[in-house]
Design a protein around this ligand. Structure first.
Ligand code: GDP
Length: 305
C-alpha cells in the first residue's frame, strides 16, 4: 500500500546520511520533501501541515538522544509523528462485561463491511467466542444473501430478515432495518451468543436517509463498538466521509479495508488523526483470513522500512 511513500521517505533520509550536522536549511529542505511525499500519498492537507510543523520543530530543537546521528534523529522524529497520527497506542476490541458484546458496522457501500463482518466473526470464533451476524443492510440488493454466504464461510450463524431485499436499488428505505437489528441482538441474547455483529446499509456517497437509519440502529441497540469501515484507497474523500459518519452516526473505532491495494493510502494516514478515533483493524484482502489487528507503531515501521 505505502510503497511509493515509503520509497520517497527513504530516499529523503538517505540524502541526510552524509551530513555531520543539520543546518536549518537542511531541515527545511527535508521537511519540504516529506510534505510533498505525504501530499502525493493523498494524506489530508491539515494532517500534513501539522505533521510537518511538528517534525520541523522537533528536528530544529534536536531533542533526541546524542547517540543518534542527524539522519537517524530525523527518522526517529518522523517515526514518532507517524505513530502519533496513526493513533498512538493500539487498542483492542472493547468487550462488554455482560455479554453479548454488540458491534455495529457502518460505512459507505463497497467499503468492505460485509466482508469485515465475516473476518471479525472468524477471528473471534478462533479465540473462543460464539459470534452471530445480523443482516441489517436491507438496502443493497443481495446484501442479506451475501452476509449469509460470508456467515457460512466463517461457520457462524446469521440472523436475517425474511425475505431480504432482492429488488433493485431504491431511494426509499427498504424494510425495517432497525427492527431487524433489535431482533438480532435479542436473538443473540436468547441463544447465548457472546458477540453480535450487525451489518448496516451504506450508499456510494454520504446519504442523509441512510445516515439517519444508522443513527437509529445505533440508538436501538446501544452497541459497545461502532466500527467505521473505510476503503483505504478512496484518497482525499476519506476525510469528508469520515467526518460525515462521525457527525451522523458517531463511531468508536475505525477499520481500514483494502490495505492490500496499491493506491496511495492517504485515508489510512489521515482518518485517525482527523476523527480522533483509533484504528482497530486492517483488512488486507478478500479472503476471510486476510485481516489483522492494527498497530500504529508497526505500520509506521513498515512505512519507514
Ligand atoms: P460493503 O458494501 O461495505 O458490505 O462491502 P463488501 O464487503 O461487499 O466489499 C466490497 C468489495 O470489496 C467486495 O468485492 C469485497 O470482496 C472487496 N473487499 C472487501 N475487503 C477487502 C480487502 O481488504 N481487500 C480487497 N482487495 N478487497 C476487499
Amino acid at each position: 500500500m505505502f510503497s511509493t511513500l515509503s520509497d520517497r521517505l527513504t530516499s529523503t533520509f538517505k540524502n541526510l546520511r552524509t551530513k555531520g550536522r543539520l543546518s536549518e536549511a537542511d531541515i527545511d529542505a527535508t521537511v519540504r520533501e516529506i510534505r510533498r511525499a505525504l501530499l502525493d500519498a493523498d494524506v489530508a492537507v491539515p494532517v500534513v501541515r501539522e505533521f510537518t510543523a511538528s517534525v520541523r520543530e522537533r528536528a530544529l530543537s534536536a531533542e533526541v538522544s546524542g547517540a543518534l546521528n542527524p539522519a537517524q534523529q530525523v527518522v526517529k522524529i518522523v517515526n514518532d509523528e507517524l505513530v502519533g497520527i496513526l493513533g498512538g497506542e493500539s487498542r483492542s476490541l472493547n468487550l462488554a462485561k455482560t455479554p453479548p458484546t454488540v458491534i455495529m458496522l457502518a460505512g459507505l457501500q463497497g467499503a468492505g463491511k460485509t466482508t469485515l463482518a465475516g473476518k471479525l466473526a472468524l477471528d473471534l470464533k478462533g479465540r473462543g467466542h460464539t459470534p452471530i451476524l445480523v443482516a441489517a443492510d436491507l438496502q443493497r440488493p443481495n446484501a442479506v444473501t451475501q452476509l449469509q454466504v460470508v456467515g457460512e464461510r466463517a461457520g457462524v450463524p446469521v440472523h436475517a430478515p425474511h425475505p431480504g431485499n432482492q429488488g433493485a436499488e431504491t431511494d426509499e428505505v427498504v424494510g425495517d432495518p432497525v427492527g431487524v437489528a433489535r431482533d438480532g441482538v435479542a436473538t443473540a441474547r436468547a441463544r447465548e451468543h457472546d458477540v453480535v455483529i450487525v451489518d448496516t446499509a451504506g450508499r456510494l456517497g454520504v446519504d442523509e436517509l441512510l445516515m439517519q437509519q444508522a443513527a437509529d440502529i445505533r440508538e436501538a441497540i446501544s452497541p459497545d463498538e461502532v466500527l467505521f469501515v473505510i476503503d483505504a484507497m478512496i484518497g482525499q474523500d476519506a476525510v469528508t466521509t469520515a467526518q460525515a459518519f462521525l457527525e451522523g452516526v458517531d463511531f468508536t473505532g475505525v477499520v481500514l479495508s483494502k490495505l492490500d491495494g496499491d493506491a496511495r493510502g492517504g485515508a489510512a494516514l489521515s482518518v485517525a488523526k482527523v476523527t480522533g478515533r483509533p484504528i482497530l483493524f486492517a483488512s488486507t484482502g478478500e479472503k476471510l483470513t486476510e485481516f489483522e489487528a492494527f498497530h500504529p507503531d508497526r505500520m509506521a515501521s513498515r512505512i519507514l522500512d
